[in-house]
Design a protein around this ligand. Structure first.
Ligand code: ZN
Length: 308
């Protein structure tokens, strides 16, 4: 039983239209699902991924309109790392991001920058046989596009606290003093810690809410039992409609989710039209008129695209 790397990363935005513009237009990801927060249907939950909406490429945002900027601290993920396939891709992204007025730091085979609300992002050239998880975009040749997640980096005061859970319970392999690798049947990812800044973290716009790891459908219940048997508090299985989830807080304070690799985003709309209309879980469908009126209007992420 092996977790198949990162499933998704969920963060917070105070500016949904700006978020769509940045992740869909600038980074070239596909808005694969436009739905509402199941705990508060008056605000969006936006999902950006590759063309297929694959686990391993999916960054999602809860919208809290006008949310104050947060600040990552101990127990919070502060950087999300995406793969690139080549140094040419690195050059392309350095140029594209700078043309957008984004401050980019280049260091060897990687670029660091932040999204418009301050979420730390990194693009890194990674040699791997894992399938590149790519989204189509008219301005971004497929061979230069983002290829899915490589890593998430969190802040911790004492990463050793997390080692038993990561290694003995979740099957992560040590890959350095405060860095671990997790690899399943088709994908792998890295989880690492940096030393926490002195100031306490503040949740808010531009901060990560949780990171989810991929489980096979038929192993999900067994993961829940294994976590519970390790004495870690874990939620019941929650049906998120596009996948099933359990949540636990790892000892360094980062909220982990273990999510199933299916049924996926094409469960309620055809693959070729993912994210075009507002998707509502069946128990919210009767509220559609009311919900659509209350949501922030969004730009059409496909508008600048060449139709094919
Ligand atoms: Zn999640």
């Amino acid at each position: 039983m092996r977790l198949n790397g990162i499933h998704h990363v969920t963060a917070i935005t105070g500016d949904a239209p700006g978020n769509v513009d940045f992740y869909a237009r600038v980074l070239g990801l596909r808005l694969v699902k436009k739905t509402v927060n199941q705990d508060d249907p008056s605000v969006y939950h936006l999902f950006y991924a590759d063309d297929g909406g694959s686990a391993g490429s999916d960054i999602t945002f809860f919208e809290y309109p006008g949310a104050r900027p947060g600040r990552a601290g101990a127990g919070m993920v502060h950087r999300v790392v995406y793969r690139l396939g080549s140094d040419d891709a690195l050059d392309f992204w350095a140029g594209r991001l700078e043309a957008e007025g984004i401050d980019v730091q280049r260091n060897g085979g990687q670029l660091r920058f932040a999204d418009p609300e301050g979420l730390g992002l990194q693009l890194r050239v990674v040699r791997t046989d894992d399938e590149p998880l790519v989204a189509d975009h008219p301005e971004i040749p497929r061979e230069l596009a983002l290829q899915g997640f490589d890593a998430v980096c969190a802040y911790a005061d004492d990463p050793e606290q997390s080692r038993p859970l990561l290694e003995d319970t979740l099957g992560f392999g040590a890959a350095g003093a405060s860095s671990w690798k997790i690899r399943g049947e088709t994908r792998g990812s890295v989880y690492m810690y940096d030393e926490a800044p002195p100031d306490q973290g503040v949740p808010g716009a531009g901060t990560v809410h949780h990171v989810a790891w991929s489980s096979r459908m038929d192993e999900h219940d067994a993961w829940r039992s294994r976590v519970a048997e390790a004495g870690v508090q874990v939620t019941p299985v929650i049906d998120r409609f596009y996948f099933r989830s359990i949540y636990l807080r790892e000892p360094s304070g980062v909220l982990f989710e273990i999510a199933t690799m299916g049924p996926g985003f094409a469960t309620d709309e055809p693959l070729e039209h993912l994210g075009e209309r507002l998707s509502l879980p069946p128990n919210f469908e009767h509220l559609r008129d009311q919900v659509e009126r209350s949501l922030t209007p969004l730009p059409d992420p496909r508008a600048p695209r060449v139709t094919q």
